[in-house]
Design a protein around this ligand. Sequence first.
Ligand code: PXP
Length: 237
Amino acid sequence: MRFCLNIDHVATLRNARGGNEPDPVTVALQAELAGADGIVVHLREDRRHIKERDLYLLREVIKTKLDLEMAAVEDIIKIACDVKPELATLVPEKRLELTTEGGLNVIDNIDNLRDTIRDLHKSDILVSLFIEPDEEQINAAAEIGSDLIEIHTGVFAEAKTEEEQFDELEKIRFAAKHAKKLGLGVNAGHGLNYQNIKIFRELSDIDELSIGHAVIARAVYTGVDKAVREMISLMKG
Ligand code: PXP
């Protein structure tokens, strides 16, 4: 199973001061050195975290693969076709949401998604659709020529009881198996963390996980000790 790091939150922190630090591009390179199989960024319509500058620099410097999360809208499709990430993951996007709140409704947006997949394919970009673990959505994704799906794991991650978590996991397991049977690649992500990750080891139909918040949050904790020691040593000489 491959691991791809979503670095949006590094850009969120950078943007809080409007300067250049911390630079998501530097973090992407560090993540690759640590073994990440790919880098994920979401270029949102409101540019609240990742900006064009990040995307173009990442395209130039990363050595693994770039997964661009994006809405299926004209101006972002244009940028994607110019940047040419290895993978474009189409997601629903609402301006007021804190993060992507759920999967695409492929069935209700079938014409726009089919056209978007066709446009991205013309630029040799593989396409994934971020969807709920739902058989009909998976069938629709395969029907319109998607290469992969990314299964939304947010409901699993937020389950309040063991029973609810188990039910969601079974849905994910079935969805991954079904997608594989249809010839689709299978990614998954959203809300995965250091507590709930281990159970995914047994889901052999999932090829790749996309994880952001938990890893960037952990990096703050694990990096504080060194950062404080370095500042004190510079202060005291
Ligand atoms: N996959 C998709 C499609 C997402 O939108 C996100 C959040 O940006 C993730 C995975 C990663 O979610 P998290 O930050 O909770 O790990």
